[in-house]
Design a protein around this ligand. Structure first.
Ligand code: PLP
Length: 430
């Protein structure tokens, strides 16, 4: 495959953009390094790179592009909105209508505030939980990514209920000390942490289905127990639905699991591909937010007409009956085919699939938490990633990411992908 232009653009990028990329997850470091592919355009389920190669896209921009690229309704909404001015700095009717759409779909979000990214949404729910409870500590689950604000870039200490250590340079130890990290799906660790720190914990931050060390669903009863124990201890439950919101049905995954948090953070899909975030929850908690209450949060770009219009068009398209069943069916077809091929080629592969999202891990063990995801074979993944790329299948360049099926992926695209997996596995089994 000729990627000459990507390679030369990468050299130019390295000179002017740090690391050559505007988000580290776009680099190919985790899959052996070298130039990442520079894309030129995208339509439906496909990408075309600067050298003219075509790819079937399973990255979906790390989640938002659930309708495929350049979806006509989203495109029209953006063009139309842009003709009326892109930013007012005043309230608009559309913001109200969009907030009403979100609340109807996710009833636990009694009141809502729009922000500009998932990072902002999560960061603000934490500040709000602290303001509401008057407590400082946060409990999170190891390996779950919640954006890049200081508090959530903290990794586990050495034991289940030890205080965190910074996961990034530039985060003071004093901040890391406010974060307790425990393994996902581990109720004993949660009980232990709450016994120790319960009366100091403002909130537990939960991905109700993990999307950030691959797709890892909660074990039965886990979310219910989190709510019960955290509420008993006087803390709040925050769901980070930045990935899961509108990914698996028209609303939050909280509705599918039948467990409601106190606060929810959204992003990605609800902007139809434009920058957005939103947070919301029980009115009595949201009443703490300025200008109603003492917790400050603001944004020049928040609720801008372009993001709101794109998000509304995206959600309207997603409300089509049967759409999510179709995504799920394709997700399962792909996952089943990959498992079958791995068996045929005697490769150690575990596929975690939920609805239209899946992760292919190179391991013979189940993946239920961060430790089991870390233990999977990264070199095998890198080999698989390259073999798929050469065949025009674009996966996220990390063993910890998901494949996202969009409404634009056709049966033929899935067939082509399965044939590519067959070839990749045949090479890997030699
Ligand atoms: N929360 C989760 C679960 C995410 O996956 C991400 C991004 O990948 C974020 C928060 C941060 O969102 P953003 O990249 O829009 O700031």
């Amino acid at each position: 495959m000729n990627i000459q232009k990507s390679e030369s653009l990468y050299q130019e990028a390295l000179d002017v953009i740090v690391g050559g990329v505007n988000s580290p997850s776009r680099s190919f470091r985790a899959v052996g390094g070298g130039a990442p592919i520079f894309m030129k355009k995208a339509k439906g389920a496909y990408f075309w790179d600067e050298d003219g190669n075509r790819y079937i896209d399973y990255l979906a921009a790390f989640g938002p592009i659930i309708l495929g690229h350049a979806h006509p309704a989203v495109h029209e909404a953006i063009v139309e909105a842009s003709m009326n001015g892109v930013l007012y700095g005043t309230p608009t009717e559309k913001e109200v209508r969009f907030a009403q759409m979100l609340r109807e779909a996710i009833p636990s979000m009694e009141q809502i505030r729009f922000v500009n990214s998932g990072t902002e949404a999560v960061m603000t729910t934490i500040r709000l939980a602290r303001a509401y409870t008057g407590r400082d500590k946060i409990l999170k689950f190891a390996g779950c990514y919640h954006g890049h604000s200081d508090l959530v870039l903290v990794a586990a200490g050495s034991g289940p209920s030890t205080l965190g250590i910074p996961d990034s340079a530039g985060i003071p130890q004093s901040i890391a000390q406010e974060v307790i990290t425990i393994p996902y799906n581990d109720i004993n660790a949660l009980e232990e942490a709450l016994n120790h720190w319960g009366n100091q914990i403002a909130a537990v931050l939960v991905e109700p289905l993990v999307g950030n060390f691959g797709i890892v669903p909660p074990v039965p009863g886990f979310l219910e127990k989190v709510n019960e124990l955290v509420h008993q201890a006087g803390g709040l439950v925050i769901y980070d639905e930045v990935i899961t919101g509108f990914r698996f049905h028209y609303g939050g995954i909280q509705t599918i699991f039948g467990v409601e948090p106190d606060l929810t953070a959204l992003g990605k899909i609800i902007g139809g591909g434009l920058p957005i975030g939103a947070y919301g929850g029980r009115k009595e908690i949201m009443d703490k937010v300025a200008p109603m209450g003492p917790m400050y949060q603001a944004g020049t770009m928040a609720g801008n007409p372009l993001s709101i219009s794109a998000g509304m068009a995206c959600l309207q398209a997603l409300s089509k009956p049967g759409l999510y069943e179709e995504l799920s069916r394709k997700g399962k077809r792909l996952a089943d085919a990959i498992v079958k091929l791995a068996d045929e080629y005697r490769l150690s592969v575990t596929v975690n699939q939920y609805g239209g999202a899946l992760t292919v891990y190179f391991t013979d063990q189940p993946v239920v938490d961060y430790a089991s995801a870390q233990a999977t074979d990264g070199e095998r993944f890198a080999q698989f990633f390259r073999l798929m790329l050469e065949q025009g299948i674009y996966l996220a360049p990390s063993k910890y990411e998901a494949w996202f099926i969009t409404t634009a992926h056709s049966e033929q695209d899935v067939d082509e992908t399965i044939r590519a997996v067959d070839h990749a596995f045949s090479q890997m089994s030699n």
